[in-house]
Design a protein around this ligand. Structure first.
Ligand SMILES: [Fe+2]
Length: 285
């Protein structure tokens, strides 16, 4: 019997990350599997990266990277890519400014997917989005999901990116989403991770949703300068932390739609803040 903690979508919420790691250690977890999206959205990404490096040193860990790390790596390769202090790209720019080459090298050194092999236990695959792309959402509405699952060469796939804690079975193969540590959806914003219990016969998931000190994260939003760089995006992240309701995607879509209608064209990240303001008011109030 082995216990494996699966931690995904931290999004720089180091307070929630510490809560989940402490909880996992109390459950005598032996290994840690990190599914990416370590940074962006919450302040002080360097605090999360420090925890990641400590975990790497002290525990048996597996790491893959998410789409947010891919954005950071692409930005290092293409510094002319225009990110501005705005609701659209300010959060990415703030995050990039707070990372070091050591962090970017760490992301570059890991893959977007992995395969777990250990003698005596069934093999499974894991990824951030899908095995092919770090930003693919493996949710029911994705028409490719059936195809992804029928092409799967093992009985279990674990993926992050959805921020929703759930499992589903497709043609006898299991897909599990462990939820999000740092920007969890639903459960009133409680931080989420899972423990996989492995035996020679298979893997059983145990989902956790835990209270943590959200006010401490809010204080960092207010003192870090992220609100002045990411505007409505940062406000939406805070709303998600307290409620578990995330409006970032519909808000972005609506702001772009309003901009296109009013100005004839829209190019991300050049979406005037007045459209973000209107979209934010519609979804969050
Ligand atoms: Fe993601």
């Amino acid at each position: 019997m082995i216990k494996l903690a699966v931690l995904s979508d931290i999004h720089a919420n180091h307070v929630a990350l510490e809560r989940c790691i402490r909880h996992a250690l109390d459950q005598n977890v032996e290994e840690f599997l990190f599914l990416g999206d370590y940074v962006s959205d919450c302040p002080y990404p360097q605090k999360t990266m420090e925890i990641i490096y400590q975990m790497k040193k002290k525990h048996h860990c597996y790491f893959i990277r998410g789409n947010r790390e891919d954005y950071m790596l692409n930005h290092r390769k293409n510094p002319w890519e225009r990110w501005t202090y705005s609701s659209a790209s300010g959060n990415l720019l703030y995050t990039y400014e707070n990372l070091t080459n050591k962090d970017l090298d760490f992301y570059e050194g890991i893959d977007i997917q992995g395969i777990y092999r250990k003698e005596g236990y069934p093999v499974f695959r894991y990824c951030h989005g899908s095995i092919e792309a770090s930003n693919e959402l493996l949710i029911t509405e994705n028409e490719r999901l059936q195809e992804v699952m029928s092409n799967l060469d093992v009985d279990l796939l674990i993926s992050g990116h959805t921020h929703i804690q759930e499992k589903a079975v497709y043609g006898g193969k299991k897909l599990i989403h462990p939820g999000s540590i740092g920007l969890p959806w639903y459960y009133n914003g409680k931080t989420q991770y899972m423990i996989l219990h492995g035996t020679e016969n298979g893997w059983e998931e145990q989902f956790f949703q835990l209270d943590y000190d959200v006010d401490a994260v809010k204080e960092e939003f207010e003192t870090s300068g992220i609100m002045e760089k990411a505007f409505h995006w940062a406000k939406m992240a805070l709303h998600t932390l307290y409620t578990g309701d995330d409006y970032s995607t519909p808000c972005l879509k609506l702001a772009m739609e309003m901009c296109r209608e009013a100005e004839g064209a829209v190019t991300w990240p050049d979406i005037p803040e007045k459209y973000w303001e209107a979209a934010y008011r519609k979804f969050v109030g």
